[in-house]
Every structure is written in structure tokens, then in C-alpha cells.
Design a protein around this ligand. Structure first.
Ligand SMILES: C[S@@+](CC[C@H](N)C(=O)[O-])C[C@H]1O[C@@H](n2cnc3c(N)ncnc32)[C@H](O)[C@@H]1O
Length: 215
């Protein structure tokens, strides 16, 4: 098994919908991170394709100049999703309670999970669903930094170093036969962590793990 039951636990085990009940119109990472993410989307996403922004909010970080055929959104807070200008449609679903997505097989060219994967308690089941809805050759881009709602992140994430978190997400892809070997982008902070904690310099570290559904 990829994760032991204890590694899936959160410090705050109350229903996630309560935690996300009120909207947060904030960004969860700094501008440098968001620019790197938008640049990555610019490089990897096909114009006029169908995109799923899983675990989304009021922003999707998609390049403004790219037009997509359809951007489906998903998250836990309806007000945030309603304010997201990139979404053509959205649905609210707690992925820790229900993993099956209300979306047809092989219907998306790309699935995005931005700064949220640490909250999934049953990642294998969610990644199996991502695989199911991706078209052959489709990609899933999982991005993250070093920030989180600590009480809502799973123990395996809280207890890991940044490099170990990359391995964890690679493991989520590897758990699903049919995803090729995941590609990794690692841009750790160049500033020692004690200086970062003092707020002295260095932008947010940027990590992305990209899985592709084999053709
Ligand atoms: C830090 S926010 C990131 C939002 C957005 N992706 C972004 O880049 O700003 C974390 C998001 O994870 C999603 N989330 C957290 N727990 C969830 C759960 N149990 N089921 C579904 N989505 C969840 C919520 O939609 C929340 O907005």
C-alpha cells in the first residue's frame, strides 16, 4: 500500500467542507510561483482543448491569451468557483468523501491540481479517476510549494521534506498502471530555511510533477 492509514490522517479531521465554508479570495503562493505555473501551463496546454481544474478556487492561473474549448472547475467553495472567470462550468465535491468524478471517460486533455494535492487522503482513488477521464496522451500537472493549511494536510505530507513530497506525488502516478513515468520540475528556494522563516528573501519554491496517460 502506498500510504498507511495513519499517514492519511489530518490534525483537523472535521469535514473539509466546514473548513472551506467561507470563501477565501486570496492567493496561496507568491507572484513568482504563479508566474512559473502560468508559464508551465502556457508550454504544456493545448489551445482549444478541454481542461479540468481540480481543487480549484477563484483563480486558475491559466494564461490569459490561451482560449480553451472548455474549462471545468471543481472545488469545495461554491462562491469562490462562481467568481473564477476561466471556468465554463464547475461542481462542488469533497474528494475525501467521494472520489468518483461526474465526468465521462477520456474527455479531457489536461487535469490541473494547483497547491492542493496535500489535502487528499485517498490519492490513489482520485488519481485513478484522473486517469479515467484523461484522453490517451493527456497530462496531469500537479504543482505545489512549501505552504499549506497545516491542520488539513495529510500526515505523510506534513512529515516529509520538499524532495520527499515530490516522491510522494510521483508515487501517486506510479500507483495507476497506464501513467508513464512522471516528469519532475524542482526549483527549491536558494535561501536557507531559517532566513525564509524570518521572511528574508527567496521566493516560494516551485515544484511540479507531470504525469501522462500513455497513448
Ligand atoms: C490552497 S487552495 C488552492 C486553490 C487553487 N487551486 C489555487 O491555486 O489557488 C486548496 C483547495 O483545495 C480544495 N480542497 C481541499 N480539500 C478538498 C477536499 N476534501 N475535496 C475537494 N477539494 C478540496 C479546495 O477547493 C481549496 O480551494
Amino acid at each position: 500500500m502506498l500510504l498507511q492509514p495513519a499517514q492519511r490522517t489530518k490534525l483537523d479531521e472535521s469535514d473539509d467542507r466546514l473548513f472551506y465554508d467561507f470563501p477565501r479570495f486570496v492567493t496561496h503562493v507568491d507572484e513568482g510561483f504563479i508566474q512559473q505555473l502560468t508559464d508551465l501551463y502556457q508550454e504544456r496546454l493545448q489551445p482549444h482543448s478541454r481542461i479540468l481544474d481540480l481543487m480549484s478556487s477563484w483563480v486558475s492561473h491559466l494564461p490569459e491569451e490561451i482560449e480553451f474549448e472548455h474549462v471545468e472547475g471543481h472545488g469545495l467553495n461554491e462562491e469562490e468557483l462562481a467568481r473564477n472567470p476561466r471556468l465554463n462550468h464547475y461542481f462542488v465535491q469533497n474528494l475525501n468523501q467521494k472520489q468518483l468524478l461526474p465526468l465521462p471517460d477520456q474527455s479531457f486533455a489536461a487535469v490541473l491540481i494547483a497547491v492542493s494535492v496535500q489535502y487528499l487522503q485517498l490519492p490513489e482513488a482520485v488519481f485513478a479517476e484522473i486517469y479515467r477521464i484523461l484522453k490517451p496522451g493527456g497530462i496531469c500537472i500537479v504543482s505545489f510549494s512549501n505552504r499549506m493549511f497545516y491542520q488539513k494536510a495529510i500526515q505523510a505530507w506534513r512529515d516529509s521534506s520538499e524532495a520527499e513530497r515530490v516522491e510522494l506525488v510521483k508515487g501517486y502516478f506510479a500507483a495507476i498502471p497506464g501513467f508513464g513515468p512522471a516528469e519532475v520540475i524542482m526549483r527549491p528556494s536558494q535561501v536557507p530555511s531559517f532566513l525564509q522563516m524570518l521572511g528574508m528573501g527567496g521566493g516560494d519554491p516551485f515544484y511540479a510533477v507531470i504525469g501522462q496517460r500513455q497513448g
